[in-house]
Each structure stands twice: as C-alpha cells, then as structure tokens.
Design a binder for this molecule. Sequence first.
Ligand code: GDP
Length: 456
Amino acid sequence: MNTIVGVSTAPGIGGIGIIRMSGEDTFKILDKIFVPKHKQEINDIKGYTIKYGNIIENNEIIDEVLVSYFKSPKSYTMENMCEINSHGGNLIIKKILEICLKNGAEMAEPGEFTKRAFLNGRIDLAQAESVIDIINAKSDREAKSGVKQLEGFLSKEIKEIKQNILDVLVNIEVTIDYPEYDTPEVQKKEIKDMLENIGKKLTKLEKSFDNGKIVKDGIKTAIIGKPNAGKSSLLNAILKEDRAIVTDIAGTTRDTIEEYVTINGITLKLIDTAGIRQSNDSVEKIGIEKSIEQANEADLVIAIFDCSKELDKEDLEILKLIENKKSIILLNKSDLKNVLNKENDLLKNKSKNILKISALNKTGLEELYNKITEMFQLNEINLDNEVLITNVRHKNIISKAIESVKLANKAILDNMPIDIISIYIKQILDDLGEITGEVVTEDIINEIFSKFCLGK
Ligand code: GDP
C-alpha cells in the first residue's frame, strides 16, 4: 500500500504536534527529511525507538523533533510507521506535512490509519468503530464502554455465537456426505437447541442497546413548560452555570439549547425548549412546534410548572405532551407560597413521578437526579461484566440476525430438508460477519471510516 501522512494532533497551537506516516516507504521518506543526531542504518534501529534530530529541507533546519519508529508488523496499522513530534505551531506542522508530501507520501484520508489497522487484520471492524467512540466520549462510562469494545469484548461474544453455529454446521455437512452418521431427527434437535441458545444470546445483546444508547448518546431529556415556569433556571441549576438566558419576559427562550451533563456517571442530553404557549408571533410559533417535536422524540420529558399558580389551559396542553412518555413533573418555585401540590389529580393522572423543587434556590435537585437514576435503572448497567451494544449499526445487524434465526426455526417446523435449513443458518453467520467486518461491502467500510478525524 502507498505511504500516507497525516497530522494527528488537533489544529491550533499546542506544546507539540504529531505528524504520522504509515506505509512501506515510511523510512525511505524519513531518511530524506530527517537528520538524527546519531545516525543509524534503518536495519539497526529497533521498533519502538525514539530518535532526536532535525527535519531538514534544502539544508535548512525546519524544526527540532523527536521521531518514533514502529516497524511492521508491530505498529498501529501493522505497516512501517513513524510519528514525528514537532513543536506545536500550525505553521511548523503544516510545513513538515508538506515536506513529507513532496518526498513521496500521500495525504491520509480521515480514519485511514485505523482503516489500515482493520484491513491489515490487527483489529476487526467493531474494534475499529470503538476508536471513534473513545475519541468522541462525553462521559467516563462512554469512554469505558468504548475501551471494552476496543479490547474485543463484543467481538469475542460474536465469535462465540458464530462458533456455536459452526459446530452444528460442521455436523450437518458430515451428515450430508455420510447420511448414515446421524438421523435427520437427531440433527434437527441439535439445530433447534443451538438456535434457541444463540437466539437468547442475540436477544440479550439486542436489549443491551437500550442501555448502550443511553451510555453513548445520553438520555435525551426535554424540559418543557410554559414561559416563566423556570425551564432556563432549571437548566442553569443543573449545568451550574449561566448558559441559558434567564429573564422574566415571557417567551425569551426562542430556540432550543442542547447541553450534555453527567449525573451519577450517566449522560443526559438536555434540551431546553422554547416556552410552550399559543402564540401569533411567527418566530415563537416555530419554537412551540419544536417543543412538541422535542417532547415526542425525547427518552425523558421533564414537565415543569410554577407551583405558586393554579394550572391553566396552557399547563394542561403541556400535560398532554407527557402522556405515554417517561416523565417527571416538577413543581417549581417551592420557595414561594404553594398553590399547586403533588396531590393534584390532574398531575397524578399523567405521571407518577412528581417532585417539588426550587430552581432558584437549587433545592430538590438531588431528588431529581435520584429519580432519573432510578427510572433508567442505571445502576444495573454493569460495564465490567456485560457486553453493551452502543452502535446502531451493530444493533440493526443483530436484529437482522434474530430474524434469520426465526426463519431457520420456521424451516425446521416446516420440515424442510437439512441442506435447506443449513442455508438459513449460514445466513445468520453472514449477518454476524457484518459486525466484525468479514462480510461487509466497501461502501460500508468507507462510510464508517469517513466519520473519523484526520490523522487517526
Ligand atoms: P422559562 O421561561 O421557563 O425558561 O423560565 P425562567 O427560568 O426564565 O424563569 C422565569 C422567572 O421565574 C425568572 O424571573 C426566574 O428567576 C424565576 N424563577 C425560576 N425558578 C424559580 C424558583 O424556583 N423560585 C422563584 N421564586 N423564582 C423562580
């Protein structure tokens, strides 16, 4: 494969910048541009060595650098690789990149280093995908689940399921060739047991996506309430900073604000919606529609009411939005004279989770956090022992595999011949191969890696 070069550090000024090269000609190119203090033949340099020296162009020193050598196959990509640690200015980094390009390297595409690690067989596709999850992690849990996936937890589980299938398939092949080996009845029983077993495992994995999604994307939480109920104040109290504008002029939060916050180790994606009320103002109207949309899309809706006032027509509209949703009703402004209380039937009919808070005085927040933790049974997510599906692509493939299991089962019930049943079983193997990448199209591979950052 050609030799690629990319900048691995983020753009901007920093202490150091890292320019990475990978491919057969890495050391040849390096030889032309790097003058180490102690020159050695490449054959005498061991992998995992760091050398100090200068990057040179036309006999001029461009920068003083440290270069790490990684020799094939012991590198991130399994190819010859080097990492040039230069000073962290944009200009210097760009200059060194250009020198590498001039001397025969080609610009790396986003994620191309990791793609090579996959294509060269060091990691499978699920592991490669976890790299991007680790880079983008917003919480400790998310980072931890990414690292688990990189370690191969999911891949191992998939491999085990595939092995269960293969063991049975081998027997089928033997029987097709030597019919006296086993009776079809014995075989069908064996297949049925296997299908039941892997069906259970796959269903468990599919279910784990509910938790996995929460770990990865956070609980999508919409805070709804009519203007002045205290939505922005609540958001600020949770975020512990003054991000949303708090005013007492009704209808100031016109657009939605999205913020990630970590509570008891779990991420909430908070959406502060515009005040919901009947409005003729066109801008505000868009806001109201958005609120309804957000509430519909949310995993959790927090409906907030001013408990110093009676419920009015607009509040009832808001209560309608939490019907059939996971919801919490907050009676805000508990520091004022309470007119509205938890016993109110209109509220009790809509949600069993009703809490009093004062967003202004920041009281009642602990109870809110505990309620959320309890509702989503987050303590049950045990990242150490459980394989979590966090990636929607994996989830879809597993659902597809479960369908294939059902079809195979049906083929047995329909008394199909063994060789037909085995075609259905092979389909399950193909489905699962899409997760780890043995059975996957180039388009899918390209799409996955295009989401990576440059230099990774
Ligand atoms: P939003 O329109 O729903 O976003 O409401 P805001 O957060 O902008 O709050 C509207 C007004 O109510 C502001 O003057 C806040 O200071 C006030 N407010 C919010 N929460 C409380 C509370 O818990 N107690 C009291 N007394 N006032 C509050």
